[in-house]
Design a protein around this ligand. Structure first.
Ligand code: MD3
Ligand code: FE
Length: 197
């Protein structure tokens, strides 16, 4: 894991945030839910890029359209594509950019990202808004974990062994940033999904 603390300055964060606001106007945040049980996530999501990650009673998957509007996902903003090409050495553009919106009480339990076919590509993550406590473990759920505070503008790059590690968001520290209009946090995660192109 490589943490690039404060990689985006305030003005770059504002520019990106206005692009994200436009994206969620076209592709509204939806509430994902657990397969089978239908238990809703506390995080709301949307995506941009050719593929987007969705979760419903049928399962977890990547698809090319929004689950409610059935429209294709908006494009990934150029600013994000440039960050990907500047910071990763993997050929090709990201195929999916997941937008996670955390309200102050939202969290994301420990999980492994395993819905992608491509495990060689790094994962790029960017935090906006309130601080969050991020937890990174090992390949097994019971492995010891470490926690890190993620701040607005921080970039996290995951590759190698960490790509397959358990991770989650324990809590949001509401009111630690004034970037967003309301307390909360946005996380953007860019990924390669397919292993064919
Ligand atoms: C470590 N998102 O979308 S981002 C996710 O802050 C996700 O919203 C969290 O976990 C969030 O799947 C954490 C940092 C991150 C992303 C992917 C990882 C850490 C990771 C994949 C493997 C290991
Ligand atoms: Fe994850």
């Amino acid at each position: 894991m490589k943490l690039l603390a404060g990689y985006l300055d305030h003005s770059a964060q504002e520019t990106l945030l206005s692009e994200i606001r436009e994206i969620v106007r076209q592709a509204p945040l939806f509430t994902p839910c657990m397969p089978r049980t239908g238990k809703p996530f506390s995080v709301r999501m949307s995506n941009c890029g050719p593929l987007g990650w969705v979760a419903d009673k049928q399962g977890y998957r990547y698809q090319s359209t929004h689950p409610i509007t059935d429209e294709p996902w908006p494009n990934i903003p150029d600013q994000l594509l440039k960050l990907w090409s500047d910071l990763t050495d993997f050929g090709g553009e990201p195929e999916a950019c997941l937008i996670n919106h955390y309200e102050p009480r939202a969290k994301m339990g420990l999980h492994v990202d395993e819905d992608e076919e491509e495990f060689m590509a790094p994962i790029f993550s960017l935090s906006l808004g309130d601080d969050a406590r991020f937890r990174l473990g090992g390949m097994n759920r019971k492995d010891p974990t470490k926690s890190f505070i993620l701040h607005s503008g921080d970039v996290l790059l995951l590759d190698g062994e960490d790509r397959k590690a358990y991770h989650g968001i324990d809590r949001i520290y509401a009111g630690t940033s004034t970037l967003l209009k309301a307390p909360g946090r946005i996380n953007l995660t860019m990924r390669r999904v397919t292993s064919w192109n």
